[in-house]
Ligand binder design. Structure first.
Ligand SMILES: O=C(O)CCC(=O)C(=O)O
Ligand SMILES: [Fe+2]
Length: 519
């Protein structure tokens, strides 16, 4: 994760649960305005209805009846007067804009609504959850996350957006399930809203679904098609989406819509790639570690202070050293840090990148978190946390008090990486200028994450679930100061929860007089 100034760009909400809270507040405000708008519209409607009532009279069909009616001056005079005086005024009243002030306010609010980029990041987060944890469209639609039933669900427009996202990336077998869900949910009375206001035509979804099925059967998600395949696909796609063919296509798809989801899921399973090692780790498929060296005890050794207040320590790995401490972060420390971050400063987007372009520049990829660095000793919490991290690691940190506070976003993750700088990639004055390599890393878990968000060391098959108050400390360099590739680690996509961490990278240089006193 790196920091990048993004001042000119629009605010991104989906990269942090905390910033998405603003969206909730935005919609609450919009709803208030909508309520007022509806109220005004209703009272206008009631007034017009009163006028309608006043216009009622018996039906007059024949010319004789009409003539008789108008021969009565008490009928003729009011009618004449009304047409001259009242109707033009009613017309004016009907034309009068309803609640133009409220509409203006909604317009202003929507200027800070999430951008297309933001939606793309959210879609990517959703599909990351779907793929990483092998979730099915139907389960997500019905409110199941990793088998846990939640009191929420997706709608037809949500499903279409997800289907289109896959479709546009030529991942057709990913899109078909979402189109099928969309059609199942596109029923009246809500279907009327989709058709008339959102422009989400049922007919168009049928066609898109048909095209995706066709493409899936021809190409099975191959990114490169031969020219014969391509022309065959184009010919068939035209055939399928021809208007006079619509009824046939619809008939076939309607059968799909009543089909058993289990069958679709079995077919999908055959098309899916085998899970990666990391994905298996994230799915909790690794057995728990046990070995005589891996013990729990109280750490009373790394500081005189700990003799009075020992820290609960669990040794997760000996080579490389990975320690899990329990109950080492206080709620009020985290709260004051978070408040400082969200009220007095602003957290910025953090990215996870996976690649370099041809010139060797990093290609930024996936905005996944919001983060902020707390330098030095400005607030009491940075001092107390740093002191405790000193006890936990046995390391010195006077030159480097920096702590990072991070909040993950929708499906937020952290790709596989090392915290050290590979020897070959070190700049000339690395040791003097940057304080040397990141000898160790500490991650304090500041929140529970009910689903996903596991810290995973793939090469060690070690997975650690965040637990509020716990801290993970590991050494990226071996005792001889060489990077240890076994420390490669990742954060699994967050599925449910707002993942907060306070992290620190310990610098190498300032440890020269202090041998790490390891367990
Ligand atoms: O949050 C985590 O679990 C790990 C974060 C991490 O890899 C880092 O801060 O370098
Ligand atoms: Fe890391």
């Amino acid at each position: 994760i790196d920091e990048n100034e993004t001042s000119e760009e629009k605010m991104i909400y989906s990269s942090s649960v905390m910033s998405m809270v603003k969206l909730l507040e935005m919609e609450e405000y919009l709803k208030v305005n909508l309520d007022l708008y509806v109220q005004e519209m209703q009272s206008k409607l009631e007034l017009i209805k009163l006028y309608q009532d006043s216009l009622k009279r018996e039906t007059l069909t024949t010319l004789e009846e009409k003539e008789e009616y108008m021969s009565n001056p008490l009928n003729a005079f009011p009618l004449l007067r009304r047409l001259n005086q009242d109707w033009p005024k009613w017309l004016r009243y009907m034309k009068l804009a309803i609640s133009s002030k409220k509409i203006k306010e909604i317009e202003v609010q929507l200027k800070s609504a999430p951008s297309d980029d933001d939606l793309k990041i959210a879609l990517k987060g959703m599909t990351r959850i779907e793929k990483f944890y092998n979730q099915h469209a139907e389960d997500l639609t019905k409110g199941y996350l990793l088998g846990k039933k939640l009191n929420s669900h997706l709608t037809a427009p949500d499903c279409v957006a997800l289907g289109n996202y896959y479709y546009n990336q030529t991942q057709f077998s990913g899109s078909t399930h979402w189109y099928r869900m969309a059609l199942r949910l596109h029923t009246n009375p809500k279907g009327m809203i989709y058709e008339k206001v959102l422009g989400l035509k049922r007919k168009r979804i049928y066609k898109k679904y048909a095209k995706a099925l066709l493409m899936e059967s021809i190409a099975a998600d191959k990114s490169k098609l031969t020219s014969t395949e391509k022309s065959e696909w184009n010919r068939l796609a035209k055939e399928v989406t021809r208007d006079d063919n619509y009824e046939n296509v619809k008939k076939v798809i309607d059968e799909y819509l009543t089909g058993d989801e289990k069958i679709f899921q079995e077919v999908a399973a055959k098309l899916k790639r085998k899970p990666s090692k990391l994905q298996r780790g994230c799915r909790g498929e690794w057995p728990p570690k046990s070995s005589p060296e891996l013990i729990c005890r109280y750490n009373r050794d790394t500081s005189a202070f700990l003799k009075l207040a020992p820290l609960k320590l669990e040794i997760l790995s000996v080579q490389p050293v990975i320690l899990l401490y329990h109950d080492v972060l206080y709620e009020n420390e985290f709260k004051s840090m978070r408040d400082a971050a969200i009220f007095n400063a602003s957290m910025i987007d953090g990215w996870t990148y996976y690649d370099f372009d041809q010139k060797g520049n990093p290609k930024w990829q996936d905005r996944v978190v919001k983060t902020i660095g707390f330098q030095g000793t400005t607030a009491p919490f940075t001092l107390s946390i740093n002191r405790r991290l000193g006890y936990m690691s046995g390391l010195e940190m006077r030159e480097n008090m920096m702590l990072y506070l991070t909040n993950y976003g929708l499906g937020g993750n952290f790709r596989k990486h090392f915290d050290y700088v590979e020897l070959a990639k070190r700049p000339p004055n690395f040791f003097a200028d940057s304080g040397g390599d990141h000898i160790a890393t500490a991650v304090l878990y500041a929140s529970d994450v009910p689903l996903g968000g596991t810290t995973v060391f793939s090469k060690l098959k070690l997975a650690v679930q965040p637990k509020k108050g716990n801290a993970l400390v590991w050494f990226n360099l071996n005792h001889d100061g060489k990077p240890d590739p076994l420390t490669e680690h990742s954060v699994c996509p967050v599925v449910l929860g707002s993942r907060w961490t306070i992290s620190k990278w310990f610098h190498e240089r300032q440890q020269v007089f202090k041998k790490p006193c390891l367990a």
